[in-house]
Design a protein. Sequence first.
Length: 233
Amino acid sequence: MSVGNKDGDHVVSHTTRLFIDGPVRRVLDIAAAVRDSGETLSLDEELRRFIRTTRVTGVTDWVCPIATVAALLDHVAGLCADGMEALPQEFCRQLERAGGGTEASAYLHSLAGKLRTLEQDPQDDYDELPLARWEIEVGFPRLSGFGANWVYDGEYATLHDSIQAAIDSEHPYCGEFLAPLAAEAQSALVLFPGKRAMEHSLSAVIGWVSPEALRQLLQAVDDHMRREHTVLS
């Protein structure tokens, strides 16, 4: 199904998003990164990370379970078998980059099969399969953004000052900002207890993060909510 502008000179297919965004694109991006790495990265390990990221919350797993991702890859493989001419060029280029010359339909079917196989034995242990940089960027975007926006430029003398400035900047409409930020901080503390575990998993990418820093952030959020947002009964 397509829609054009009133002059009829621009047509955009609604189904293009199936190819250039969403789970099909994410899997191809991962496969392309593996090929670009010159086998430094493992396709199995990166796909296990994709599975782990998808299943990290009930919401993402509910919206697009791995079985659905595999089915989409098989469906797109069928479309490729019918001919590549009508497919978005951006998708075709990424598919060529990921597959390295392998026939498109066969390659997509192979990715679908690999996902199904790996899902039967998921790898969730962060010690055995450490977080990749892209996992951190997807799983902890607000902690990462907090450092870029409030810590690294040196505008504030202490982390406490940075945290307070960030909170004050959003008040009184701070619920949408503080709730997901605090959730990521608490998740990091639960998943990576102790300074060494967090340094191994997060701090190399999000430099300001440490157990002490995250506890300080959570305490500041809690103090603010109690002080400014408590509903008197």
